[in-house]
Design a protein. Structure first.
Ligand SMILES: Cc1cc2nc3c(=O)[nH]c(=O)nc-3n(C[C@H](O)[C@H](O)[C@H](O)COP(=O)(O)O)c2cc1C
Length: 472
């Protein structure tokens, strides 16, 4: 049993792990995805063994190590426009953001079991293209594909698309849901192309099922082109956090990828999602919850904390820290010293620029800076660096493998979440320690399998058959 200590800044570590039978969900298990890091400041690309983040070798290594660790899924984010700061590319964005579906097709060929999740924007991609390409990925991989549905809040990304492809913020989830319904209808129509009907000569002359949509966002009349995969059709993930995003997940998704990993916050989020899922007429637990998170492991807790401090120093460069503050001021702050205090003046701009591509701008720049001041006062921070490192450390579990395994067992058994979608701070070697030392601890606690139970992603996640088939 571990003793009480602090997990980064996310709260106080509970003591030990009670017996499984003390929990509401004694048989719960931990699911893992690996969220292949895009271009954020959390990744140490300067490490001597780091590989270029878009090098296929890096994808391959991470996916294969994750598969050795019996992970459910390898997950790609999507960046449809490279992030900028004051009209210049933000440092690591110079590496580019390749398309997830194309990259995942290559990963499908060098793996056999792990699920492959493509983040694809429901605002810009056409339903027919999404249905066809994702179903192709699903067939190619033997039933391992998933679509992570995202929308976007900004017009700036829409400029890359025809007619500025953007949908106004209040409409974006109405549009996304119309899009998802069409994709699912096309997948359902594809069920009619299964092997039994292909072998039945009497079926050859029949007309394909036509999928038509109505409403402002669904005017298509399309037919399916791809038959079902061994898992029926791709699994649906969703990762918007607003009411609209959560309701879309409750109605349509199998899994929600959230930001809520700190245990109290996660319990609150899970209760909210279960309420929405029930309101959508589904069993409360129908949607799995996987928050994004990270693990920093050490042989002792002190070693892990030291590693965390070091990692923050190398990933949060002076340039990143200055940019982080400048974003809320909308201009360069040449006098800003990362080791000095926050500016003593307020931002003059009324809105944070969307060019950073950051998600969820719900606060005004002044509110953001006021929050920073309040957090600094609460923790006694005297420098911007202390504040930024504190904000940047929010989602990591830091400790020994045994401590983190206890925490994960506690979280899944108490229903806070179903597992973690793991971000990596070091590519490609960042998963090695986790697979070698944390997985055995989880297995010992009875919350992690000893082998893959099935061959499809739907089976790994323990999902019921596709919703579309159930409602049919
Ligand atoms: C954990 C998480 C991961 C996300 N990953 C991506 C991504 O890779 N690409 C993307 O375009 N949007 C991504 N998003 C953005 C969301 O889809 C959405 O556009 C954004 O959160 C605003 O929607 P909301 O107001 O419903 O939260 C992510 C959101 C969350 C919470």
């Amino acid at each position: 049993m571990s003793t009480a200590t602090t997990i980064s800044n996310t709260g106080t570590r509970e003591t030990g792990a009670p017996d499984a039978s003390d929990y509401a969900r004694p048989t719960a298990r931990v699911h893992f995805g690996v969220f292949y890091s895009g271009v954020g400041p959390g990744v140490d690309w300067t490490a001597p063994d780091a590989i270029d983040q878009i090098d296929f070798e890096a994808f391959r290594k991470v996916a294969q190590v994750a598969e050795r660790g019996l992970f459910d899924a390898f997950f790609f984010g999507e960046g449809l426009r490279l992030r900028e700061h004051l009209e210049k590319l933000i440092e690591l964005n110079v590496a580019g953001r390749p398309d997830s579906q194309v990259a995942l097709a290559a990963i499908a060929a060098v793996t056999t079991r792990i699920g492959i999740v493509a983040t694809q924007n429901a605002t810009y991609h056409e339903p027919f293209d999404l249905a066809r390409r994702l179903a192709t990925l699903d067939i190619l991989s033997g039933g391992r594909a998933a679509w992570n549905i995202v929308t976007t809040v900004n017009e700036w990304t829409g400029e890359n698309f025809r007619r500025g492809g953007w949908v106004a913020v209040p409409d974006r989830y109405t549009h996304a849901e119309a899009n998802v319904r069409l994709v699912r209808a096309l997948w359902d129509a594809g069920q009619n192309l299964d092997i039994a009907t292909r072998r039945d000569a009497e079926q050859w002359g029949r007309t394909g099922t036509r999928v038509t949509g109505d409403g402002d966002f669904a005017q298509v009349s399309a037919t399916a082109t791809v038959p079902p995969s061994p898992q029926g059709h791709p699994v649906l993930f969703q990762s918007g956090d607003s009411d609209g995003g959560r309701d879309l997940a409750a109605r349509q998704a199998d899994v929600i990828f959230s930001r809520h990993v700190e245990i109290q916050d996660a319990l609150k989020f899970a209760a909210d999602i279960r309420r929405r899922v029930e309101a959508a007429g589904r069993p409360a637990d129908d949607v799995l919850i996987l928050p994004g998170g990270g693990f920093i492991l050490g042989a002792t807790e002190d070693e892990a904390q030291e590693k965390a401090r070091w990692r923050q120093q190398v990933t949060w460069t002076d340039q990143h820290i200055v940019q982080f503050v400048e974003k809320s001021y909308g201009r360069e702050l040449p006098e800003l010293d990362p080791d000095g205090p926050l500016p003593d003046f307020d931002p003059e701009i009324q809105e944070i620029s969307v060019e950073g591509g950051t998600v969820g701008h719900y606060l005004t720049p002044k509110q953001v800076v006021d929050n920073w001041r309040a957090i600094s006062a609460e923790h006694g921070f005297t420098s911007i660096r202390q504040l930024v490192l504190h904000l940047g450390s929010e989602r990591a579990h830091i400790g020994t493998p045994a401590q983190i395994a206890d925490e994960l067992a506690h979280a899944v058994r108490s229903g806070a979440y179903d597992g973690i979608n793991l971000g990596l701070s070091h590519v490609p070697a960042g998963l090695d320690d986790i697979v070698n030392t944390l997985i055995p601890e989880l297995q010992e606690r009875g919350v992690y399998p000893a082998e893959y139970i099935g061959t499809t992603l739907r089976e790994h996640l323990g999902l019921r058959p596709p919703l579309t088939r159930r409602t049919a």
